[in-house]
Write a protein that binds this ligand. Structure first.
Ligand code: ADP
Length: 360
């Protein structure tokens, strides 16, 4: 990667309100007051300065506006998820801890033959907690979290995608330890090749592979996590770079019970018996974590719907008078919220896991 070009020198050093206006057109079509823009750019650049106040060499040749876009739109300094928020997946959590979090926390120990892979793939059905795991890794390792959805790179960043990819990796290198989470990574690193593959997509993909290559050779504490529910679409180059590949399956019955209890407990709406929970867990075989969340959301409307049916006005409804969620509410919700993953899709994941997965 041409991280050490010369162009940024000018771009960043000449950073003044004037240069922002004249060079980068931030003011165009934007009603934000000039001072606020100046402050926001200054703040995000300040985050990237070294102790001596200088902008890192790593950002040389990257235009300020791309750095700002990355810092403002996809960087999250405090991804608010911890391991305890994620139901089940005990084995995956344990392995991620050893293979990914410890090395980020103790780079001094995890070097040489202990040096970790820089790429991790989380694959499995949608809504099973892959994004949550990415955020939890960043949270537990006290790392900066960068989230992008690969499918949006091409559409939203059209034409300048590869420059933003470079800026993304550049900013991440400045904010180490860092976790770059690429959702739907298959749409970026797919093996489906066609002549019609858009030129700009091809450039984004090439840039991405170059940046990932750069990872392994350096001592940087930047971890790339790709998430996909189409692992079979990934090409060989992507598989090679994502050295650890963890299957994140649908939640077990125990994990589903945990999700229900946890979500209702938070709102003071939990009063179900063990038998109620057992019964609802039996009926939700095949539901994803996200389906379970939707189920609980729908069921938690039950007490409100009932009160309104009995003639209470919504404006007069007292929070304290509302009853907890019952088994009946959950059973009613089951009619509305159906599982989003079909059972025959699961076979594909297991097959791919047997062939390429890292977790036994
Ligand atoms: P994915 O990235 O696998 O598509 P997400 O991590 O975005 O799924 O999960 C979507 C939502 O579903 C989460 O915000 C959370 O509310 C719920 N969820 C999914 N899996 C779990 C889980 N294992 N534990 C707790 N909540 C979960």
């Amino acid at each position: 990667p041409q991280i050490n070009g010369t162009n940024i020198g000018n771009d960043v050093k000449s950073y003044t309100p004037h240069s922002i206006r004249s060079n980068h057109g931030y003011i165009h079509g934007n009603s934000t007051p000039r001072n606020a823009l100046y402050d926001s750019t200054k703040r995000c650049l300040d985050l990237l300065r070294g102790p001596g106040g200088e902008l890192s060499q790593k950002l040389r040749s990257i235009e300020t506006r791309y750095i700002e876009q990355i810092s403002n739109e996809i960087m999250d300094g405090d991804p608010n998820v911890r391991w305890d928020d994620i139901a089940g997946l005990h084995h995956a959590k344990k392995c991620v801890n050893e293979m990914v979090i410890w090395p980020l926390l103790r780079p001094d120990i995890f070097k040489g033959c202990r040096s970790p892979g820089r790429g991790l793939l989380l694959f499995g059905p949608p809504g099973t907690g892959k994004t949550m795991i990415g955020k939890a890794i960043a949270g537990e390792a006290k790392a900066t979290f960068f989230y992008i959805s690969a499918s949006s790179i091409a559409s939203k960043w059209s034409g300048e995608g590869e420059k933003l990819v470079r800026a993304l990796f550049g900013v991440a290198r400045c904010r180490q330890p860092a976790v770059i989470f690429v959702d739907e990574i298959d749409s970026l690193l797919s093996q489906r090749k066609s002549n019609s593959e858009h030129e700009s997509n091809r450039r984004i993909k090439t840039q991405f592979l170059i940046e990932m290559e750069g990872f392994d050779s350096g001592n940087e504490q930047v971890l790339l996590i790709g998430a996909t529910n189409r692992p079979q679409d990934l090409d060989e180059a992507a598989r090679r770079r994502l050295t650890k590949r963890f299957y994140i399956p649908l939640p077990s019955s125990e994990a589903r019970a945990w999700i229900i209890k946890n979500l209702l407990d938070k709102e003071g709406l939990f009063e179900l018996s063990t038998e109620d929970i057992d019964s609802i867990c039996k009926s939700t075989e095949g539901y994803s974590g996200s389906d379970m969340k939707n189920l609980v959301k729908d069921a938690s409307m039950g007490p409100i719907r009932e009160a309104l049916k009995q003639g209470t006005e919504i404006t007069k409804l007292e929070k304290e008078d509302m009853r907890p969620v019952t088994l009946q509410d959950l059973e009613d919700a089951l009619k509305e919220v159906r599982p989003s993953v079909s059972p025959n899709e699961l076979g594909q994941y297991e097959e791919w896991n047997n062939q390429f997965g890292s977790l036994p």
